[in-house]
Design a protein around this ligand. Structure first.
Ligand code: FES
Length: 621
């Protein structure tokens, strides 16, 4: 007997999918390609995946503890705790959606000497005669002026060689990847030679298509990493591969199909055929690299936090289910350690800290915060478990940097000014809005150094009434600050900054700041010795430096020393696509950068606790 299938329609987009009896709503959203918020990867412990059942039967357990009475009256349920038992219509509220965020595809643009690994050479060879009976491959090999008599070529390319040569009257384009022939094309196709560089982030994936003949970038495209629906951080995803039989295959399949979609978009945007893409370079944190390479990441999460490989690796694209030219290859950048990956190598390569005489400090604030400090003589790195608070996750009204997100929050003398992305009515707040809100409240001692949000009757008396009125005692969230009243928000609900959000931010910024302090102490330097702080990553590019100093996310050093370097990880991936010499340099960076495991340091706990305080900003104007 066949299993029952139900049609599930998601509103407001009206998208329908068919699912088996007993599938959870969470799984069905995934089928429909709708990404909803989840920290726990759908195991029912975060309370983020709230949906409203408009029609249909279901079976649910364990939603109650995450829902207020009012939410239950409105029919809200947790998607991951609710099984589908009939055809259904389900609304996914704005607050539960993970939007495509404003993704940074630009970074430091570098000038470099073009020397791609893939070259195309057009050859016109002599036709064979009785006087010149050299074999077809010998003709090609001689034409390439190769001295060795050991040509590397896949045997199925060889099988098609005779016909290809004759079809083109003995003219052909040879494609070389390093010293291996990876293609023979009829006639002159030497102008069609492309490669893609990928930055595989925990949250976002960005691809850049380049013409390998002149190095020019032809297009860039980005997507949310679809693995996000398995959990918003690397540990949850590693856990998924450990607890599900086909978990690793599933997560690999998700990232590969996302990259394939990006490749199609890049090719369409630039009007090229993807069969002329011969090479892909990738960078990402160590876990993302493992999941993409289909390597078991299990031991990265276990003491002593070791991955399967640290070095770079090259493999055929089709072995990893990536659809470019059939003989195309993938070069995956080397890592530094279990929690400092190829993306940090790429940041170092792009920012050239490893060549600098002066001391510099680079931070890539993503779902984790990766830190590097030093100069040409010594580089030290660490990873901090900052969590995704600055990406809007685990924040009560948090959201990613997309339309409707409060990205700027300023308290003026008589009112509050906000900006949202896309100038849309506010829905929630993204990382920059979160930093602004906390910094603005901290400056006025509404949040004290220890991180407590004062109640209305504890506020400094000189504060104006409009600020007093915004402090409330919420039934569920306790003391909270109304950032936007319900009458002005898109959802009709007040948008709050809660005490829990302030604590969550303290943990995140405290982890990053503690990493900074420990790297400084290892190098034996003070704040003043650092000549530049480089902020990498999508988030880094949008934060207001003074505000970040006010909350103690960045060191209290003159603002002009803090520089944005954009998506430096993406730039690093492009650099190794365009220059094989830089692959050697990336390899040296990976080997020479010291990794500091914060968790095993006896001073970490104390430094972390001290770093959680909100400071006074001495250098803010
Ligand atoms: Fe449903 Fe976390 S509780 S995704």
């Amino acid at each position: 007997m066949s299993e029952k299938k139900y049609r599930v329609t998601f509103e407001p987009e009206g998208k329908s999918v068919y699912v088996l009896d007993g599938t959870t709503i969470y799984e069905a959203t995934d089928e429909a390609g709708i990404i909803i918020k989840s920290e726990c990867g759908g195991v029912g412990t975060c309370g983020n995946c709230k949906v409203i059942v408009i029609k249909g039967d279901y079976e649910q357990t364990g939603s109650e503890r995450f829902l207020t009475d009012e939410e239950m009256k409105k029919g809200l349920l947790l998607a991951c705790r609710t099984k589908i038992k009939s055809d259904m219509v389900i609304e996914i509220p704005l607050a539960s959606r993970l939007f495509e965020q404003k993704i940074l595809t630009e970074g430091l643009e570098k000038e470099l000497k073009l020397s791609p690994n893939v070259r195309k050479i057009y050859l016109k060879v002599d036709e064979p005669t009785l006087e010149d009976p050299r074999a077809d491959l010998d003709r090609i090999w001689d034409g390439l002026k190769k001295i060795s008599c050991n040509p590397k070529i896949p045997v199925d390319i060889l099988r098609r060689l005779p016909d290809k040569l004759r079809k083109g009257n003995f003219s052909a384009t040879v494609v070389l990847n390093a010293d291996e022939i990876v293609g023979i094309e009829t006639g002159d196709k030497s102008d069609k030679n492309y490669g893609v560089a990928f930055d595989i982030g925990t949250t976002t994936v960005v691809g850049y298509l380049h013409d390998l003949n002149n190095g020019k970038q032809l297009s860039a495209a980005a997507r949310t990493n679809p693995q996000t629906s398995y959990g918003d951080d690397v540990i949850t995803r590693i856990d998924y591969t450990n607890t599900h039989k086909d978990g690793l295959d599933e997560l690999h399949e998700r990232i590969a199909s996302c990259m394939n979609d990006i490749i199609v978009e890049l090719a369409n945007d630039s009007g090229i055929d993807k069969k002329f893409i011969y090479e892909i370079t990738t960078t990402g944190n160590t876990t993302m690299n493992h999941l993409f390479l289909k390597l078991n990441p299990k031991y990265i999460a276990l003491n002593p936090y070791v991955g399967v490989l640290r070095s770079n690796i090259e493999t055929r694209a089709r072995e990893l289910d990536i659809h470019i030219n059939r003989y195309g290859k993938i070069y995956s950048m080397p890592n530094i350690a279990g929690f400092v990956g190829g993306d940090t190598v790429a940041v170092i390569l792009a920012s050239e800290i490893h060549k600098s005489d002066k001391l510099k400090f680079a931070i890539d604030i993503g779902t984790n915060g990766e830190l590097v400090m030093g100069n040409r003589e010594r580089l030290v790195s660490c990873s901090t478990a900052a969590g995704p608070a600055f990406e809007g996750a685990r924040i009560t009204y948090g959201m990613r940097a997309s339309d409707g997100a409060i990205e700027k929050f300023v308290i003026n003398d008589s009112d509050i000014e906000i900006n949202t992305i896309g100038n849309a009515k506010p829905i929630g707040l993204c990382g920059t809005g979160l930093i602004d809100a906390i910094a603005e409240l901290r400056k006025r001692n509404i949040i004290i150094r220890q991180g407590k949000l004062l109640k209305r009757d504890e506020l400094p008396s000189e504060l104006p009434d409009f600020i007093h009125e915004r402090i409330i005692s919420h039934e569920k969230f306790g003391t909270s600050f109304i950032l936007v009243p319900g009458r002005d928000s898109q959802t009709g609900e007040d948008i709050l900054l809660t005490q829990k959000d302030i604590r969550e931010t303290q943990l995140a910024k405290g982890a990053i700041y503690a990493g900074y302090q420990i790297l400084k102490s290892i190098l034996g330097i003070a704040d003043d010795d650092i000549t530049q702080v480089l902020l990498a990553g999508a988030f880094g590019n949008y934060i207001r430096r003074e505000q970040a100093k006010w909350i103690g996310l960045l060191p209290d050093i003159p603002t002009e020393k803090i520089r944005f370097i954009g998506n430096a990880a993406g730039v690093g991936a492009k650099m190794v696509l365009l220059s094989k010499e830089l692959r050697e340099e990336a390899c040296r960076i990976s080997q020479n950068t010291e990794y500091i495991e914060l968790a095993v340091r006896s001073d970490f706990q104390k430094v972390f606790t001290d770093s959680m305080f909100y400071p006074e900003c001495m250098t803010c104007k």
